[in-house]
Design a binder for this molecule. Structure first.
Ligand SMILES: *[C@@H]1O[C@H](CO)[C@@H](O)[C@H](O)[C@H]1NC(C)=O
Ligand SMILES: *[C@@H]1O[C@H](CO)[C@@H](O)[C@H](O)[C@H]1NC(C)=O
Ligand SMILES: *[C@@H]1O[C@H](CO)[C@@H](O)[C@H](O)[C@H]1NC(C)=O
Ligand SMILES: *[C@@H]1O[C@H](CO)[C@@H](O)[C@H](O)[C@H]1NC(C)=O
Ligand SMILES: *[C@@H]1O[C@H](CO)[C@@H](O)[C@H](O)[C@H]1NC(C)=O
Ligand SMILES: *[C@@H]1O[C@H](CO)[C@@H](O)[C@H](O)[C@H]1NC(C)=O
Ligand SMILES: *[C@@H]1O[C@H](CO)[C@@H](O)[C@H](O)[C@H]1NC(C)=O
Ligand SMILES: *[C@@H]1O[C@H](CO)[C@@H](O)[C@H](O)[C@H]1NC(C)=O
Ligand SMILES: *[C@@H]1O[C@H](CO)[C@@H](O)[C@H](O)[C@H]1NC(C)=O
Ligand SMILES: *[C@@H]1O[C@H](CO)[C@@H](O)[C@H](O)[C@H]1NC(C)=O
Ligand SMILES: *[C@@H]1O[C@H](CO)[C@@H](O)[C@H](O)[C@H]1NC(C)=O
Ligand SMILES: *[C@@H]1O[C@H](CO)[C@@H](O)[C@H](O)[C@H]1NC(C)=O
Length: 761
C-alpha cells in the first residue's frame, strides 16, 4: 500500500483544470463567461465588476482577491488564478457585501444595491481543496430529467458562483452511445430494446435496468437531449468548470451476444424486483479486446460532438450490481483493462467513480476486494488516474474503512437526499467539522468536497454550507451561518429578529441531527402504501422515524416566520419566504399525520371497534391530506403539474409523445417500475400528487378497514397490496387532462399557511 502526499496530488489537478480551461483561450478571454454571467444576473451592474488573472500563483489551490477598483466607474475587482476562483470571489462579494444570493428557486442577484457597498480592506481567500464536485448520476433523473436549458442555466450559475469546478455532465449520452452501437451493427430495434425511458436513464447508464416500460425511448428524446447536453457542456466550460463526461461502461444490448459470439459477455445481477426482461444487463467484460475498441469509438465520437473539453470520465460498472466474480485477480483485471481502454482513447484520462457500492454492497466489497479493484489503475503516476466519490461521507463515510482508498484520490461528498424525498434534516457539524477533520487526517488522499444528492428538494442550507466550507479552513459557525443565510434569503430593510430566530431554531434542532438511525431526509408515512404495520419509526435507508419533537422545532419556527410576515409585510413578496412558509407547514402536517395514523390503529385494533369508530378515526387523516394538498397548491415549487408539464413540454404538442413522457414522470414518483418494483422510492409532497394519489390510497385503506369491521372480514394484506397497485397503475397512466395540470397555483400561501398553522400546530 502506498499513500500519496497531498502536494503531489495537487500537481496533477492543476494540470487537468488548466487543460480544460485552455480549450478555447486562444480565441477568447476565458473570463468572458463570467462577464456574461454578470450581464445575465445583474444587468444593472453589468459594468461594475472586473476580473483578472494573477501573474504569480503562490497557491496551487484556487484563490481570489477582492478589492475596490481604483477606477470608480468600475467598482469591484476580483483577481484570481482560475475562472472558478473569480466566480467564487464574485459570489463572496454579492453575498457578504451585497446581501443578495441565487437560490434553487431563482436568482435574486438583481436586487444588488446601488451604489455598491465598498470592500475597503482587500479580501483574499483560497479553496481548501482542488475539487468542488456536483451531482449524482441519479440527480439527472430524480431532479433534472425534464429540465430545459433555462433550468440548467440557473443551476449552473448557482454552482459556478459557489465555486464548483467539477460538475457531472450526463445529458446527451445516449446519442453518442447509439452511434457507437450502430457502428457495431446492432439493429435499431435491439438498441431501442436496451435503452430506458426518459425518467429512468440513470439506472440504464448504471447497468441496473434495460428497456423501457410504457414504450421505447423515442429518437426525438435522444436528439433533443443531445442538443441540450452540448449547450450544458459549453456553458460549464464557459464558467470555468471541467465537465465530467460519460464513457463506455461495458453495458450492451443482449444482441451483442449473437453478433460477437466469442466476446466475453456476462449477465449482470438482477436489480430489486425487476423482471429479467428489465434487468440482468449484459456486460462486455473489459479485458475482451472488443471493449477497448468500443471505448475508442465512444470517446472519439463524444469528443467530436462536445469538444476536447475534459479528460475526466464518469464510469460505474458495479453500482448495486455485484461483479461476476469476487476473485481479487478478476477484479484487478477488470479495472486494469477498463482504465487502459480509457487511456488508449484519451492519454490524459482520469476515471471517476461513485463510491456508493462500497457502502451499499459493503459485504461484497471487503477491503481486500476494494484494494484489488483499485489496484488495476496504476498508482505510480501521481495518482491522477482515478477520482473516487466517497458518496455519503456525512453519515456513512467509507474512506477510513478502505484506508483512504489505498492512496487513490477521493472526494468527500454529501448525499443527504434519497429519491428527491422531502423532509427537514441535516447536521451542520457533519458537513463542516467532518470534512475538515478528514482533510487533516494523516496520509489522506482527499482532494475535494462535493454534493451528490439523489434529488434536490429543500434543505438548501445544508448544501450551501458544505460548498462554503470548501473555502474556509476553520469550521463554519452554525449560529452565525444561519443568521447570515436567513438575512440574505429574506432581503428586507429591517428583517425582524423572529425571522432569524426561526432559522436559529432549525439550525439548533433539525439541522443538528445526531440520530444515527434517521440520517438523510426523513420520509413521511403519508407517502407510503397504507398498511397496519411497518410504516412508523423505520430507521436506516429511507427512515420514517422523526428524530425531533415537532412541537419544539417546526411549530415555533413556523410561528416565528409567520410573525415576521405580520411585522414586515414586504416579506410576503419574497419568493423564498413564501417557499419556506409552505415547506414548514408541509412538515408540520406530515408529522401530525403520524399521530392520526396511530389513533386509527389504536381504534381498529380494539376488538370492540365498530365500522363507525374506524371511520371517525380515519376522517381526520383524510382531512389532513386534503389540507396538505391545499397548502402545497398555493406554491408553484410544490406542484405535481410542474413536473408533469416539464415532461410534456418536450413533446412539442405531439399528444401521444406527451402522454408517454407524462407516464414516465408519474411512474417514477409512484410505482417506479411497471409493477411497483421500487414503489414510492421517489415519493414527493406535491400538490396534486398528495390529494389525487396518496389521498386515494388512504381513503381506500380506511374504507377497507371500515368494511372489515362491519362484515368481519379478516385483514388481508395481499388483497390490499393488489388494490393499491391498481390505483398506482391507473394513476401512472392517467394524463394531466384528468389530473393536476389544470390546477395551477390555487389559493394564497400567506392565508392558507396561517389557516393550517392555526389548525394543526
Ligand atoms: C470556442 O469559442 C468560439 C467563439 O469564441 C465558440 O464558437 C466555440 O463554440 C468555442 N468552442 C469551444 C470548444 O469552447
Ligand atoms: C503582473 O505583471 C506585470 C508585468 O510583469 C506587473 O506590472 C504587474 O504589477 C503584475 N501584477 C500583479 C498583480 O502582480
Ligand atoms: C475607467 O474605466 C472606464 C471604463 O472602462 C474607462 O473608459 C476610463 O478611461 C477609466 N478611467 C481611468 C482613470 O482609468
Ligand atoms: C458491420 O457490418 C458490416 C457489413 O457486414 C461490416 O463490414 C463491418 O465490419 C461490421 N462492423 C463491425 C464493427 O463489426
Ligand atoms: C470464435 O472462436 C472460434 C474458436 O477460436 C473460431 O473458430 C471462430 O472463428 C470465432 N468466431 C468469430 C465470429 O470470431
Ligand atoms: C455526525 O455528527 C455527530 C455529532 O454531531 C457525530 O456523533 C457523528 O459521528 C458524525 N458522523 C459523521 C459520519 O461524521
Ligand atoms: C458561534 O457563534 C456564536 C455567536 O457568535 C457564539 O456564541 C458561539 O460560541 C460560536 N460557537 C463556536 C463553536 O465557536
Ligand atoms: C395493530 O394490529 C396490527 C395487526 O395485528 C399490528 O401489526 C399492529 O402493530 C397493531 N398496532 C397497534 C398500534 O396496536
Ligand atoms: C415511535 O417512536 C416514538 C419515540 O421515538 C414513540 O413514542 C412511538 O410510540 C413509536 N411509535 C411506534 C408505532 O412504534
Ligand atoms: C405536541 O402538541 C400537540 C398539539 O398541541 C399535542 O397534542 C401533543 O401531545 C404534543 N406532543 C408532545 C410530544 O408534546
Ligand atoms: C367485507 O369487507 C371487506 C373489507 O372492507 C371488503 O373487501 C369486502 O368486499 C366486504 N364484503 C362484503 C360482502 O361486503
Ligand atoms: C387474500 O387476498 C388474496 C388476493 O385477493 C387472495 O388470493 C387470498 O386468498 C386472500 N387470503 C385470505 C386468507 O382470504
Amino acid at each position: 500500500m502506498r499513500l500519496l502526499g497531498f502536494v503531489s496530488l495537487v500537481g496533477s489537478i492543476v494540470g487537468a483544470t488548466s487543460t480544460a480551461l485552455s480549450a478555447n483561450s486562444s480565441e477568447s478571454d476565458p473570463l468572458q463567461g463570467l462577464y456574461a454571467l454578470v450581464q445575465r444576473r445583474i444587468p444593472s451592474h453589468a459594468h461594475s465588476f472586473t476580473f483578472s488573472f494573477t501573474n504569480s500563483s503562490d497557491s496551487e489551490l484556487d484563490t481570489f482577491t477582492l478589492t475596490d477598483a481604483v477606477n470608480k466607474t468600475r467598482a469591484i475587482h476580483v483577481e484570481c488564478n482560475t475562472v472558478s476562483a473569480c466566480s467564487r470571489g464574485l459570489y463572496t462579494y454579492l453575498t457578504e457585501y451585497g446581501g443578495v444570493d441565487i437560490w434553487w428557486t431563482g436568482s435574486r442577484l438583481d436586487q444588488l444595491p446601488a451604489p455598491l457597498p465598498a470592500v475597503k480592506t482587500a479580501v483574499t481567500r483560497s479553496a481548501i481543496v482542488p475539487y468542488r464536485y456536483m451531482f449524482n448520476t441519479v440527480t439527472f433523473d430524480y431532479t433534472s430529467a425534464f429540465w430545459t436549458f433555462d433550468d440548467w442555466e440557473l443551476m449552473l450559475d448557482w454552482l459556478s458562483l459557489r465555486g464548483v469546478n467539477l460538475p457531472l455532465a450526463w445529458v446527451g449520452f445516449e446519442h453518442t452511445l447509439v452511434e457507437v452501437f450502430r457502428e457495431y451493427n446492432i439493429t435499431d430495434a435491439d438498441i431501442s430494446g436496451f435503452l430506458s425511458g426518459p425518467a429512468f436513464q440513470a439506472w440504464n447508464r448504471f447497468g441496473n435496468i434495460q428497456g423501457s416500460w410504457g414504450g421505447d425511448l423515442p429518437t426525438q428524446w435522444i436528439d433533443d437531449q443531445f442538443v441540450l447536453g452540448k449547450q450544458i457542456v459549453q456553458r460549464m466550460v464557459d464558467l470555468g468548470m471541467t465537465p465530467v463526461l460519460p464513457a463506455f461502461t461495458g453495458f450492451v444490448p443482449p444482441a451483442m451476444h449473437n453478433l460477437y459470439p466469442n466476446a466475453s459477455i456476462v449477465n449482470g445481477s438482477a436489480w430489486n424486483d425487476f423482471a429479467p426482461q428489465f434487468t440482468n444487463d449484459s456486460f462486455l467484460e473489459p479485458f475482451d479486446p472488443l471493449f477497448a475498441q468500443v471505448q475508442q469509438s465512444f470517446i472519439s465520437k463524444q469528443q467530436a460532438a462536445f469538444g476536447n473539453v475534459s479528460h475526466i470520465y464518469t464510469l460505474d460498472q458495479y453500482n448495486e450490481n455485484d461483479p461476476y466474480s469476487g476473485d481479487p485477480s478478476y477484479l484487478t483485471n477488470i479495472s486494469a483493462a477498463t482504465f487502459s481502454s480509457l487511456r488508449a482513447a484519451d492519454p490524459d484520462a482520469t476515471w471517476l467513480m461513485q463510491g456508493w457500492l462500497f457502502f451499499s454492497s459493503a459485504d461484497f466489497w471487503t477491503p481486500e476486494r476494494v484494494e484489488a479493484y483499485l489496484a488495476g489503475v496504476p498508482g505510480d503516476d501521481d495518482g491522477s488516474g482515478m477520482l473516487i466519490l466517497d458518496l455519503y461521507s456525512e453519515a456513512q463515510p467509507q474512506w477510513q474503512r478502505l484506508s483512504s482508498y489505498f492512496g487513490k484520490r477521493w472526494i468527500w461528498c454529501e448525499l443527504h437526499d434519497y429519491g428527491g424525498n422531502m423532509g427537514f434534516e441535516g447536521n451542520f457539524a457533519n458537513v463542516t467539522e467532518a470534512p475538515l477533520a478528514a482533510l487533516a487526517s494523516p496520509n489522506v488522499s482527499m482532494v475535494g468536497v462535493g454534493l451528490t444528492p439523489e434529488g434536490m428538494e429543500g434543505n438548501e442550507i445544508i448544501y450551501d454550507v458544505l460548498l462554503d466550507q470548501a473555502w474556509s479552513s476553520s469550521p463554519i459557525n452554525k449560529t452565525e451561518y444561519a443568521q447570515a443565510w436567513a438575512t440574505r434569503r429574506y432581503p428586507a430593510d429591517e428583517l425582524p429578529e423572529c425571522a432569524i430566530e426561526a432559522w436559529q431554531t432549525l439550525a439548533a434542532t433539525v439541522y443538528s441531527n445526531t440520530d444515527p438511525g434517521s440520517q438523510a431526509t426523513v420520509k413521511s408515512i403519508l407517502e407510503l402504501e397504507p398498511a397496519l404495520s411497518g410504516l412508523v419509526n423505520v430507521t436506516g435507508h429511507h427512515p420514517t422515524h422523526v428524530f425531533y419533537d415537532t412541537n419544539t422545532t417546526i411549530v415555533p419556527a413556523l410561528q416565528q416566520l409567520v410573525q415576521a410576515g405580520h411585522s414586515t409585510p414586504s416579506l410576503l413578496a419574497i419568493p423564498e419566504y413564501r417557499y419556506d412558509l409552505v415547506d414548514l407547514t408541509r412538515q408540520l402536517l406530515v408529522n401530525r399525520f403520524i399521530d392520526l395514523y396511530a389513533d386509527l390503529l389504536a381504534v381498529y385494533n380494539t376488538t370492540s371497534a365498530s365500522s363507525a369508530s374506524v371511520s371517525a378515526a380515519g376522517q381526520p387523516m383524510l382531512e389532513l391530506v386534503a389540507d396538505l394538498d391545499k397548502v402545497l397548491m398555493t406554491n408553484e415549487n410544490f406542484q405535481l403539474s410542474r413536473w408533469t408539464d416539464a415532461a410534456r413540454s418536450w413533446a412539442n404538442g405531439n399528444a401521444s409523445y406527451a402522454a408517454y413522457l407524462e407516464y414516465n414522470a408519474r411512474n417514477q414518483i409512484t410505482l417506479w417500475g411497471p409493477k411497483g418494483e421500487i414503489n414510492d422510492y421517489a415519493s414527493k409532497q406535491w400538490g396534486g400528487l398528495v390529494g389525487d394519489y396518496y389521498g386515494k390510497r388512504w381513503a381506500m385503506f380506511i374504507q377497507y378497514l371500515e368494511g372489515s369491521k362491519s362484515n368481519g372480514t379478516v385483514y388481508n394484506a395481499t388483497a390490499i397490496a393488489g388494490a393499491l397497485l391498481d390505483i398506482g397503475e391507473q394513476w401512472s397512466q392517467s394524463t394531466s387532462a384528468v389530473g393536476a395540470r389544470d390546477t395551477m397555483v390555487v389559493g394564497d400561501t400567506w392565508l392558507v399557511v396561517q389557516e393550517m398553522a392555526g389548525k394543526w400546530a
